[in-house]
Design a protein around this ligand. Structure first.
Ligand code: HEC
Length: 146
C-alpha cells in the first residue's frame, strides 16, 4: 500500500517535471518549427527529395538542359535523334527510344549518360556538376512531371 503511494507520488512528480520541461522548451520548439519551415522548400529544390514527390520540369531540369545540352540536342542539331529543348521532346526520347523513365532515374538513359556509365557520356566534354545532376535526378524520380 505504502509502496503504491510512493510510486504514484513518484509518477506525479515526474509528470510535473515533464510539464516543466515542455514549458521551458516551448520557445525552442517554436524556433525549431520555424527553422524547419525555412528549410523545407529548399530541400525540394536542393534535390534531397527522397520521397520522390513531383518537381516541375521548368524549375531546374529545363534550366540545366538548356545550359548544357540544347546546343547539340535542339532545333539545329538533334544528336542521336534527341531534342532536349522542351518537355515533350525530352519525354519523346531519341533514336534508342525513351531517355527518361518517370520515377526511375537509375534506369534512365539520360541519367546513365550524365553519370558517364553509358558511353558516349553526356555532355561529351565537361561533365555536369553534382548539383546539375541532382536537379535532373530529382525531376525524374519525382515522376518527370511537366
Ligand atoms: C557537343 C554536343 C553534345 C552535347 C553538349 C550533349 N550531347 Fe548528347 N549526344 C551527342 C551526340 C553526338 C550523340 C549521339 C551519340 C551516339 O549515340 O553515338 C548524343 C546522344 C545522347 C543521348 C542518347 C540518345 C539516343 O537515343 O541514343 C542522350 C540520352 C544524350 N545525348 C543526352 C545528353 C544530355 C542530357 C546532355 C546535356 C547534359 C547532352 N546529351 C549534351 C552530342 C552532345
Amino acid at each position: 500500500m505504502q509502496e503504491t503511494r510512493a510510486l504514484s507520488a513518484g509518477l506525479q512528480s515526474r509528470a510535473q517535471m515533464r510539464g516543466l520541461a515542455i514549458r521551458d522548451s516551448a520557445p525552442f520548439l517554436v524556433g525549431l518549427a520555424a527553422a524547419l519551415m525555412l528549410v523545407a522548400p529548399r530541400r525540394v529544390s536542393g534535390g534531397t527529395n527522397d520521397a520522390g514527390s513531383p518537381v516541375p520540369f521548368e524549375r531546374e531540369a529545363a534550366v540545366v538542359l538548356r545550359a548544357r545540352c540544347v546546343r547539340c540536342h535542339g532545333a539545329d542539331e538533334a544528336s542521336g535523334g534527341l531534342r532536349l529543348d522542351s518537355f515533350d521532346a525530352v519525354r519523346r526520347g531519341g533514336e534508342r527510344g525513351p531517355v527518361v523513365l518517370p520515377g526511375n532515374s537509375s534506369a534512365s538513359l539520360l541519367m546513365r549518360k550524365i553519370l558517364r556509365v553509358d558511353k558516349p557520356a553526356m555532355p561529351p566534354r565537361v561533365p555536369l556538376s553534382s548539383s546539375e545532376i541532382r536537379s535532373l535526378r530529382v525531376w525524374i524520380d519525382g515522376g518527370a512531371a511537366r
